[in-house]
Ligand binder design. Structure first.
Ligand SMILES: [Zn+2]
Length: 63
């Protein structure tokens, strides 16, 4: 069930924002409001360029 987080660069303003790869709702750029990710039921449809994949490390915090 664990998913990854994607660092996505906004195509309009180059803001980089971390987006969950399986979003339930549309995610807009925090700076300019451009839609960065759309829900598809699986891996989100992304508008921006993925600059980095950030693995889910929530389990590491418990170790
Ligand atoms: Zn933007």
């Amino acid at each position: 069930m664990a998913g990854s987080f994607l660092q996505v660069e906004c195509p309009d303003c180059e803001n980089e924002q971390v987006v969950f790869e399986k979003v339930a709702n549309e995610v807009a750029c925090a700076v300019c409001g451009h839609t960065l990710a759309r829900p598809t039921g699986g891996i989100a449809e992304l508008e921006g360029e993925v600059v980095e994949v950030v693995e889910d490390r929530s389990q590491d915090a418990l170790a």
